[in-house]
Design a protein around this ligand. Structure first.
Ligand code: ADP
Length: 660
């Protein structure tokens, strides 16, 4: 009778009936642990549950037999001896990973067991039976054997590779992180877990051959696009999308061989928001040792480098597209190192230069082909661009390497900083055809202008004759009409002269014809001429320029004349035009000031370009070459020319010339 005290109350319990012998045997029979009971030195089998029969590959008919009768294959193996010893001496015998050859399904195979022979004793300390329990650990032992063998091979291989294995710094860094962490792991598993979870880079630890996700931190889960539910799952189930990708094999291989694995910018497809996405990763895998030094699992550290790689690939693609476009457009591209002058160029440039040698063209080779008259100015422009920065844009001629033909090139570029390095780069194009067309046009303009001048001079002569006759006869109306005709002819003459000058200038035929002359005399002369041609405006002269100049008198005169005629032309509603001249020690400054339509700011810097005209409603005729020619003349005299203006208020055009 059992009596139990609960909360101070004495309770009387009912008697519980004990299990009978058969029931006890049934319970033991269903136990999953293989168990058998023997009696006697010869080990007569009293009992063997289903699990043990299964291990032996026998059926229940062997109960009652001696062990060596039931399992004759054990002959020559130590088990019979051991059982006899336990029976005689009464001590428990334990074995770990012990091999046993058993005949199962008609085949003799080696199995491994963790087992125990435990003697049961009566009150006289005599053994009355032996209980045998055993766990089949064959799979574990075989895996371990596999690993041991692989490690042995890998170690040999590793030693062989050690000398030529060069890890990049990043790999190395990750490796050392891994090593550090592995060491921690051995010291304290819990601490290791915390370390992994808090690590600022993505880490996972996989356990066993099925690569169970043992530890994983938030960074790694973010890369995988998963949550903590993957913990404990084999990798193939945690990330089924890895099927068909090499990563599982790589990690398992590391586990088996013990050889660390490092890879950079490896492409992997992982799930992101329910979609398979491409990414790029650097990663390192290394084994983690168990308590007995065996390879227990694999530690993987991953860095997501998708953004960097994608940016680089995009840049590469753009670069390729650009190279293709540049090559297709026959645009030569070049790059010069500012100090070493090392030259790099594309295929289109080599074609353009007629360079077909196998060796690289040097900067000196290229400069050697430049025509003599351009070599010095070109060198100066290059040096200027390198030292002062800004845009470089020059047009010059050079001889082609292969056939010696002279070609016109336009080369433009600028200084750029690439990865902290200064590089001078740009493009070059063959403008020979355009130059030839321009030359033909200039020749045409030159010829036409020249041919027009002769009849124009005759007409002028005839009209002046008519004018004189009319005056003599007192026919004032005819005299007035012919006077107007003479002024128009004068304008036409100026225009034709302008075109002639332009064509001469373009073909490089303009030569300065310098003489000594008094500047004030020239100014007075030109102003008076203008007054004669146009009586509608008042031209005021205010000068203190009694200096001698050594310059091309005719051309300086035409510059002033051009500025004056513009001042009048672009002042349809104003009357006053002023001409001033001032001297300093070094230069003279002549200005023409009007109160006309003026010019808005955005046009001012282009006024001196060839054919540039400001669109206006007043429809004032012209060709946009007067100011271009004037600036050429002034520049060739080492002077300066410029304009200041305000729209609707008038303009001031000035130029300077050096004295002496
Ligand atoms: P053109 O007068 O034959 O057009 P120019 O080269 O002499 O050519 O002048 C270029 C342009 O500059 C003119 O078309 C005109 O728009 C502008 N310009 C020149 N002088 C003046 C001025 N005094 N006032 C206003 N605009 C002017």
């Amino acid at each position: 009778m059992l009596s139990i005290h609960i909360l101070g109350k004495k309770m009387i319990h009912q008697q519980v009936p004990l299990l009978n012998q058969q029931q006890l045997i049934d319970v033991l029979n269903t136990s999953k642990t293989p168990t058998a009971i023997y009696v006697g030195e010869q080990a007569s089998i009293q009992f063997a549950n289903d699990a043990m029969l299964n291990v032996w590959g026998k059926d229940r008919s062997i109960v009652g037999l001696l062990l060596h009768q039931a399992l004759p294959e054990l002959d020559g193996q130590p088990f019979g001896e051991l059982l006899a010893k336990v029976w005689r001496e009464g001590f428990t015998h334990e074995g770990t990973s012990t091999p046993a050859d058993l005949l199962v399904d008609g085949k003799l195979s080696t199995f491994y067991f963790d087992f125990e022979y435990r003697p049961m004793k009566n009150e006289n300390n005599e053994v009355y039976c032996i209980i045998n329990s055993a766990v089949d650990v064959t799979e574990r032992v075989q895996n371990q054997k596999l690993i041991d063998e692989a490690i042995k091979n890998a170690k040999a291989l590793e030693e062989e590779q050690a000398n030529n294995l060069i890890l990049t710094s990043e790999k190395f860094e990750l490796e050392s992180q891994v090593q550090l962490i592995s060491k921690e792991a051995l010291e304290n598993a819990e601490q290791f877990k915390r370390l992994v979870e808090q690590a600022p880079f993505a880490i996972a630890v996989f356990d066993g051959l099925d690569l169970k996700v043992d530890i994983v931190n938030a960074e790694m889960l973010a890369i995988w696009g998963k949550d903590k539910n993957v913990l404990g799952l084999p990798l193939s189930r945690a990330l089924p999308e890895l099927d068909g990708q090499p990563f599982e094999d790589i990690i398992r291989n590391v586990l088996i061989t013990g050889i660390p694995y490092a890879a950079q910018e490896t492409r992997a497809m992982v799930m992101r928001n329910g979609e398979l996405r491409d990414g790029y990763y650097n990663f390192v895998c290394k084994t983690i040792k168990g308590a007995k030094g065996e390879n227990k699992g694999v530690l993987q550290v991953v860095t997501d480098v998708t953004t960097q790689v994608e940016a680089r690939l995009a840049l590469q693609r753009t670069q390729e597209m650009m190279d293709m476009a540049i090559d297709a457009s026959n645009l030569g591209s070049w790059l010069i190192h500012p100090t070493t002058k090392k030259l790099r160029y594309n295929a289109a440039l080599a074609r353009m230069y007629g360079y077909d040698k196998d060796t690289e063209m040097t900067f000196e080779d290229a400069m050697g082909q430049v025509s003599d008259e351009f070599r010095e100015p070109l060198t100066k422009e290059i040096e200027k661009a390198i030292h002062e920065g800004g845009m470089y844009d020059v047009t010059f001629t050079q001889q082609r390497f292969n056939d010696g033909e002279i070609i016109w090139l336009r080369s433009f570029g600028k200084i750029n900083k690439v990865n902290g390095e200064t590089l001078f780069s740009g493009f070059v194009m063959d403008v020979t055809q355009a130059k030839k067309d321009e030359q033909r046009k200039n020749d045409f303009i030159g010829i036409v202008s020249h041919e027009l001048k002769t009849p124009l001079t005759s007409i002028n002569g005839y009209i002046q004759l008519v004018q004189r006759l009319a005056k003599k006869e007192g026919n004032t109306s005819i005299a007035d009409i012919t006077g107007s005709a003479v002024r128009q002819l004068q304008r036409m003459n100026e225009m034709i002269n302008g075109f002639l000058d332009l064509s001469r200038l373009e073909s490089g035929k303009v030569v300065l014809d310098k003489t000594d002359f008094k500047l004030d005399e020239l100014i007075t002369e030109i102003v008076n001429e203008s007054r004669m041609i146009d009586s509608t405006h008042i031209i005021e002269l205010n000068q203190s320029c009694s200096v001698n100049l050594f310059a091309d008198r005719l051309k300086i005169g035409s510059v002033l004349s051009n500025l004056l005629s513009n001042a009048v032309k672009y002042s349809p509603h104003a009357k006053l035009v002023k001409v001033t001249c001032e001297t300093t020690e070094k230069e003279v400054k002549i200005c023409v000031i009007d109160e006309g339509i003026g010019i808005s700011n955005e046009h001012i810097e282009h006024l001196f370009d060839r054919y540039y005209r400001v669109e206006s409603k007043s429809q004032i005729s012209g060709f946009g070459i007067g100011l271009y020619l004037s600036s050429e003349v002034i520049n060739r005299h080492s002077g300066k020319i410029w304009a200041e203006s305000e729209l609707g208020k008038g303009s001031t055009f000035c130029f300077t010339l050096p004295v002496n």
